[in-house]
Design a binder for this molecule. Structure first.
Ligand SMILES: [Fe+2]
Ligand SMILES: [Fe+2]
Length: 474
């Protein structure tokens, strides 16, 4: 079987000339397609979808729109343009030339970083695979499928690095990424959040807002890497990530808008009455925010981490927007870390080496970024004259990883007894009843221009097309 590489796999890594890489990809690609057909979006595989495909990294090439059936999607391999004479931006190697090959001493640490990032990409496709069945509109269905094919491309991006730079163990890792599955009891995805089910669209939007944003911050940190191919790959992935967060932010905004319209029509904020009228009350939305936000905080790892310190020292993974810091070495600096005392849970402050605090520095930048959407939704509510404010819970609340895990703090950051915390948990995160109610609203609406009753229509369509455009040919 011969493949016309630039046609089938759009790329800017000179694939047509690279026999070694071709052989590795030829072996992996059929397994990817099998995985896609089995665990990618259920249904819609034989429909023509209006999708964006990256065919180049310049402004014109990175977003070409057209109809395609998903299994024929041209998953490509793109690196952002090379910066000539780029030097290492942080850590012990600061100022030295960046690496075009993997240095032997950093091989296993770099491979682990790439595999951990890569594993999240197919994981989210698996988590979202049934959502097309209940899409609230054709516009939303198309956005879901767009995110799914792009997460597929992100997997390709990481597999390219594994195949291109890590030899045999890289090829084995690439295969393992198709063998682990989200939520699988024996062989789950590496990170917890990516094993959580997304059974309905409120989870999908909240995940796209909070968890794809974690993706943004991980990619920004890796875009600083001294391993130049990783840096350039991640820079290009960030262009696609922006759309995923857009889908999350506007999706949640439209759910909030629809609920506030019905609240004003009925002049009530009574959850029972709102649910009777088929919209999602703000209590549920706040609980979804609390759940996905705190789960996503766990993705940053522990607050004080020798792994993070080593990655920073070696130049493997920096801080997002490393340029905006003055000190790129950080070996004499400290960070004052708040944590609960092991014996009594009382919050104490402890100075730790700054390099060990890099996960937390990144996480704090992430939290700040998360606040932008909440500000926008709250502004939307106050403009509409609705008295409600969405908030982000404290980073001490509902944590499974790091210093706060195992302690009992409320969303307001106050300590409480285990008994009180357990008895009040479903005031703060979605209960089975919340989830069942949200699920009960999920009925597909596929007619162009029509929309489900629990969400407002989008403000505009995709790529200057109208909202009622036929985004998926059913
Ligand atoms: Fe991704
Ligand atoms: Fe994403």
């Amino acid at each position: 079987m011969s493949i016309n590489y630039s046609e089938k796999i759009p790329n800017n890594v000179n694939l047509a000339e690279d026999r070694k890489l071709q052989r590795a990809l030829e072996h992996w690609q059929p397994a990817f397609i099998d995985w896609w057909k089995e665990l990618g979006p259920e249904g819609f595989q034989a429909n023509e979808d209006y999708l964006r495909t990256a065919t180049g990294v310049d402004a014109k090439g990175w977003a070409s729109y057209g109809y395609t059936e998903m299994p024929d999607y041209r998953w490509g391999i793109f690196l952002a343009d090379k910066t000539e004479d780029r030097t290492v931006g942080f850590g012990d190697e600061f100022g030295k030339p960046v690496w075009q090959e993997v240095p032997g001493e950093h091989r296993s640490a770099l491979r682990r970083l790439i595999v951990t990032q890569g594993d999240t990409e197919p994981a989210s496709v698996e988590q979202q695979r049934l959502l097309g069945q209940t899409a609230p509109s054709m516009y939303d269905l198309r956005n879901l499928l767009q995110i799914n094919v792009e997460e597929g491309r992100h997997l390709w991006a990481m597999v390219y690095l594994l195949h291109g730079f890590f030899g045999r163990d890289g090829r084995e890792e690439a295969e393992a990424m198709l063998e682990r599955h989200s939520g699988d009891e024996d062989n789950p995805r590496i990170l917890g959040t990516f094993n959580e089910p997304q059974e309905e669209w409120l989870s999908f939007f909240t995940f796209a807002y909070f968890t794809d944003r974690d993706g943004k911050f991980q990619l920004k940190s890796l875009a600083e890497s001294a391993f130049d191919p990783l840096s350039r790959t991640c820079q290009f992935m960030l262009t696609e990530e922006a759309h995923h967060m857009f889908v999350g932010e506007t999706g949640l905004g439209r759910v909030i808008q629809r609920t506030s319209e019905v609240m004003q029509e009925l002049k009530t904020d009574d959850p029972a009455r709102l649910r009777e009228h088929g919209v999602i009350d703000f209590g549920i939305i706040q609980r979804y925010i609390n759940f996905w936000f705190t789960s996503s905080l766990d993705l940053f790892g522990t607050e004080s981490s020798s792994n993070a310190a080593n990655s920073f020292a070696a130049g493997l993974k920096g801080r997002p927007d490393e340029d905006m810091y003055e000190d790129h070495d950080c070996s004499d600096d400290t960070f004052s870390l708040e944590r609960p005392h092991a014996d009594n849970g009382k919050v104490i402050t402890e100075d730790i080496p700054m390099r060990n605090a890099m996960n937390l520095v990144t996480r704090n930048a992430y939290i700040k970024d998360c606040e932008t959407g909440l500000k926008r939704w709250n502004r939307q509510l106050s403009k509409a004259g609705v008295d409600f404010t969405f908030t982000l819970p404290s980073d001490r609340f509902h944590r499974a990883i790091g210093v706060w895990a195992g302690f009992h703090f409320g969303p307001d950051g106050k300590s409480m007894s285990k008994t009180e915390w357990e008895s009040r948990l479903y005031e703060w995160v979605p209960s089975r009843e919340d989830r069942d109610f949200v699920k009960s609203l999920m009925k597909p609406v596929y007619e162009p221009g029509k929309i489900a009753g629990w969400i407002a229509p989008p403000a505009r369509g995709i790529n200057n097309n109208p909202v009622d455009y036929e985004y998926v040919k059913l």
